[in-house]
Design a protein around this ligand. Sequence first.
Ligand code: NAP
Length: 243
Amino acid sequence: MKVAVVTGASRGIGRACALRLAEDGMTVVVNYSRSEAAALEVVEQIKAKGGDAIALRADVSDPAAVKEMFKTVWKTYGQIDVLVNNAGIVRDEYLLMLTEDSLNTCLDLNLKGYFYCAQQAVLKMFRKKSGVIINMSSVSSKMALAGQSVYSATKGAINSMTQTMAKELAPYGIRVNAVAPGFIETEMIDALPDDKREEYLKNVPLGRFGKVEEVAAMVSMLASDATSYLTGQVIVLDGGLSL
Ligand code: NAP
């Protein structure tokens, strides 16, 4: 049975990915940093359907916590086959309003956290000479949204990192791809004021926001052997928004 680690899986896109990968027959590590009850609920849901999962708390912007989490995964399962680097935050602030704290929080989680998790996962994947890493990017890496200079910078960096890691790790049988979702119905989107929601919706050719299950379906495909020849790609999943 394959083992998948999904960061930020207590809600939103990460939760949907955890549920979907469990449906695909994988054992799932449900990572979270604060929302323990929600993470345990995801685990329960997986177990209720006959799957296997554990919830592990780790702030993935903290390298020591990440190391500890992967140590536990290794001790418990002895393998790591799939990493979904998903935990991320938005800090929408115009350049001149941008605080040092927002800048650091965003860079630490959305960028450095992806490196910390990839390093720990790859150390284990090397042993099997196989593995899949899926990085959650964003359409913000492809098109400009005012106020998102830091967020989009982290997501643009994720795209570049995906390409480079894919090249580095291909000789070891490890594939690395990214998914760049557009507007997906999650708490991140719920937090938008109504006028902003309407404005954004007008620009989506498919006329609606995406569903977390649709992102999870793409992650499932990227994690599967159906995409065994695909690496280093950023799959834009945005209802046509960036066209
Ligand atoms: P969300 O609903 O806000 O969920 C974020 C998840 O990350 C939660 O499970 C949260 O758990 C966890 N998390 C936050 N800080 C963490 C930390 N330091 N360490 C570990 N886990 C942490 O977010 P989402 O909308 O599903 O977004 C998920 C990813 O998709 C992000 O990378 C985001 O940039 C990307 N994305 C989202 C959209 C969208 O429309 N929603 C579009 C494009 C890209 P805790 O509460 O336990 O901290």
